[in-house]
Design a protein around this ligand. Sequence first.
Ligand SMILES: [Zn+2]
Length: 176
Amino acid sequence: MEKKHEDKLEVEIREHSDADFFPEKCPSCGSEKIKRKTYKMRTIQDLGTPTICRRIRYEKVTFICKDCKKTFTIRHPLIPPRTSYMPGVIKYATLRILKEGDSIRRVTKDLNELHHVEVSVSEVKLWVDKEGKRGELNVDFSNEEPPKDFSGFISIDGTFKAATTKKNDLKTGTKK
Ligand SMILES: [Zn+2]
């Protein structure tokens, strides 16, 4: 008899929201009458194990000032703005490739199969290129998408300012 292959994959989801760092003041007029306007959910992949798939559910919030009606966003301190991968994933991949000498294909395969990170070879190559060391791998992967909802600190009419935020309790629930 064949051994039954039991697929006991646990999905671990952490939730983060910009609302946990609710802005104290409007960066434009200084009013404290701020409310949420819209939100967008983003899923960010984190490094899992063969039995745990890890994802971050991130709520990107657009706030509005009730006085001057300007809208703005904040930069969440734990969420990288331009990517759908947590920094640890990228660090892991680039360390293996650049320091341990593993191939990009091998590491991509391991990420997908052992760590439950869905990623393509070309994406991993971009990470490596960003580390600035493997210029000799001249494959053209020029299909990079522009950064999605980049929110460098805080954006009002295209200008970026640092926003002061009030830190509420971090919701770090683990769901199955
Ligand atoms: Zn305002």
